[in-house]
Design a protein around this ligand. Structure first.
Ligand code: ADP
Ligand code: MG
Length: 678
């Protein structure tokens, strides 16, 4: 559909350099340009009197120039142009900096729109944007920019793209009936108005239409994946061998673990593939549940796969699962990107002939060479780090395997429903017995020496510790970079101890080596940035000190802190911060007050708004251009309904009326990387 639009370089004013700049913004076609929505608007549509201007905020003032601009050379490289305008009530001092081009054009006794911040005593505007008042005032778009590309340049290109769209007279991907039912304007109007709104009402209508379209597309894609699952035949599980598994466990399961196992085994014995989310705070023991399910699947003649987001975690899982399950005669294979080729081939063979019963690995498990013999269960750990289509890929390797996703991130139920469809949720709301909450203290940097003493005391008792700081190397100079800190401490304050350094710029293998040494107890103290893996389980680590703690989000602090307090010993977390602002102090207080991940997530939402949660593409959803999952909840359920209705009659979106929608779905999911919807 979009391919009928002319290529970008056929537009006026777009040469090689511009093309490159646009490419940096991810814009490679007229279609991309049209979807490069303004990040905000300048409202020139309702000029105010200068004396009514909002404090410190830009606004538009319509006024007559009553003096010609005068030139003032202040010093080399700084020339001011000054003039006075009159808005019918007050005089306004206008100052332009180094802008002879604009100053030239200004004429005394002419009317202009001045857009900028009005300051008082006397009323003045510094460097306002100025437009002749002969055109009606309007709402102007502000685009996300890149170096060398101004909003006005983007504006010019967008105008041309809109013109091309008008000429191409493309059909609207949303059938008329759906538009009428949901009170949506047509697409051309929506695109024109989102870029160049005539007024606020049309802007709102345009936004509604585009958000709806995007959410509908999102839902259609999700539902198609799910429909596929529903009609699929599950791997049959007839024997419940949970009791045999519990004999293998070195501890008794918590009530929550037993319940989660029961729920999931019941799913697997049902008539459609299991689709369950296992949510549990850090340290709640999700791995044991995963192991139990793998055991049941394997005892019923199937293979199971466990996918972790990083090599360190995959190795850790492989180690602990092997230890647990090998005595029962179960074979475990570990597949990583870094596994040597010869060994990889062996593992491929073992998976293909079924001699490896439990495959543990990273996304290497998704590679085309991996063919399972009888894959019956797929478990993904720290789910939100994987994209939805990656999930689909692994599932597609067997019949339609049962699926369990594990997450330590408390996900609001509404979002969970979008992400996982009608999946069921088990919650581990209980920690293993004997766990003591991590005692957490927030202190100023004047107490750093005491914190170090405290670390030392732990190390002397044979415990291990983490020292976390936010940055790698020199950046903002007031921070303590990990590398410098490591050098300083390992030759000074902690010279007598075995220190390790871990940061994001190290190579994967280097990082793994340090982490593994720490896990084996060969290092006492790990100086690290936030790269210490979520999920790393080293029960002997009992103290963590976090520098510049105000720099971290609450959820992140909670995940970090979850690296200690995993054994029976009492653990401590010290947050060092000199932040004086109230919000930062409040966040640190929340950390000191509770160890409950759900409460912390709640507080985080309250303090920072949902943007942060939905940002960063942590959830593995396709990149949305305009919809805001937290703000557009109402439209989301409307779109959900519509998607259900459409797929009820046309599950594959084959009907001519749905061609446009099918293309939108393909386009949206394409961006997640390799769409495999069916
Ligand atoms: P997470 O939910 O964060 O992935 P893990 O599965 O890594 O947690 O478990 C954390 C630690 O608790 C591990 O060392 C594990 O062996 C231990 N553990 C798990 N379940 C129990 C239990 N029921 N009783 C005692 N220890 C347990
Ligand atoms: Mg874990």
């Amino acid at each position: 559909m979009w391919e009928h639009l002319p290529p970008l370089d056929s537009f006026k004013g777009i040469g090689t350099k511009r093309l490159e700049q646009f490419a940096r913004l991810g814009i490679r076609s007229a279609a991309d340009l049209l979807q490069h929505f303004p990040r905000g608007y300048e409202d020139w549509s309702a000029p105010v009197l200068a004396c009514d201007a909002p404090l410190g905020e830009p606004c538009c003032v319509r006024a007559t120039l009553i003096t010609s601009p005068t030139t003032h050379r202040i010093r080399k490289g700084l020339t001011l142009y000054k003039c006075v305008a009159f808005d019918g009530l007050s005089r306004i001092q206008i100052t332009l900096f180094n802008n002879p081009y604009l100053a030239e054009k200004l004429r005394r006794d002419e009317d202009y729109y001045f857009y900028g911040v009005v300051t008082t005593a006397p009323l003045a505007m510094a460097s306002p944007q100025i437009e002749p008042a002969d055109r009606p005032p309007r709402i102007r778009p502000l685009y996300p920019l890149t170096e060398g590309l101004s909003s006005r340049m983007v504006e010019g290109a967008v105008r041309q793209a809109l013109e091309a769209l008008r000429k191409a007279a493309l059909p609207d991907p949303l059938p008329l009936e759906i538009r009428q039912k949901n009170d949506l304007c047509d697409r051309l109007t929506a695109l024109e108005q989102i870029h160049f709104p005539t007024d606020h009402l049309s802007l709102a209508a345009a936004r509604k239409r585009l958000v709806f379209e995007e959410l509908l597309t999102l839902q259609l894609g999700m539902l198609q994946m799910r429909l596929h699952q529903h009609t699929a035949v599950p791997p049959t599980i007839t024997r419940d061998t949970t009791a045999e598994f519990l004999q293998l466990l070195p501890f008794s399961p918590t009530n929550a673990q037993a319940r989660a196992l029961r729920e999931a085994v019941a799913d697997m014995r049902g008539d459609k593939p299991m689709n369950r989310l296992l949510q549990g705070d850090v340290g709640s023991g999700k791995t044991a549940v995963a192991a139990g399910l793998a055991f049941v699947a394997i005892r019923n003649g199937w293979q199971a796969a466990l996918m972790a987001p990083t090599e360190i975690l995959a190795e850790q899982h492989a180690r602990s699962l092997e230890k647990l399950l090998a005595p029962a005669g179960i074979t475990v294979g570990l597949l990583l990107g870094s596994t040597p080729a010869a060994q990889k081939r062996q593992i491929y063979a073992g998976l293909a002939d079924g001699s490896i019963q439990l495959a543990v690995g990273t996304h290497a498990l998704l590679s085309a060479q991996v063919q399972f013999n009888r894959l019956g269960l797929v478990i993904t750990d720290e789910q939100h780090r994987f994209g939805v289509t990656q999930r689909a890929t692994l599932s597609a390797k067997g019949v339609t395997p049962h699926r369990l996703v594990m997450s330590a991130t408390p996900i609001p139920r509404t979002l969970a429903l979008i992400l996982y469809g009608d999946l069921d949720i088990s919650v581990l709301d209980e920690l293993p017995p004997g766990r003591q909450p991590v005692a957490t203290y927030a202190v100023g940097s004047d107490k750093r020496e005491r914190a170090y003493n405290y670390i030392q005391k732990h190390l002397d008792e044979g415990k291990q510790g983490y020292l976390v700081c936010p940055l790698v190397e020199e950046g903002e100079s007031d921070l303590t970079p990990a590398t410098q800190l490591f050098e300083r401490l390992s030759t000074g304050r902690f010279a007598a101890y075995r220190l390790g350094l871990l940061h994001g710029r190290m190579k994967g293998a280097q990082k793994d080596a340090v982490m593994a040494a720490f896990a084996r107890g060969e290092l006492d103290l790990l100086v690290s940035t936030t790269v210490i893996e979520v999920g790393v389980d080293i029960p002997n680590a009992a103290i963590m000190v976090i520098e510049n703690a105000e720099r971290f989000g609450l959820a992140q602090l909670h995940q970090l802190r979850g690296r200690v307090g995993r054994g029976k010993a009492a653990s401590t977390c010290i947050l060092i911060s000199d932040a004086q602002n109230e919000e930062a102090k409040r966040r640190l207080r929340v950390m000191c007050d509770t160890n409950d991940g759900f409460r912390i997530a709640d507080e985080d939402l309250k303090l920072r708004g949902p943007g942060d949660f939905f940002g960063h593409r942590q959830h593995g959803l396709p990149q949305l251009h305009i919809a805001d999952l937290s703000a557009d909840m109402g439209l989301l359920s409307q779109a959900q309904h519509t998607a259900h209705a459409i797929l009820a009659t046309d599950p594959a979106l084959d009907a001519p009326a749905h061609r446009g929608l099918a293309e939108l779905v393909a386009h949206l999911y394409d961006r997640v990387g390799g769409s495999e919807l069916n």
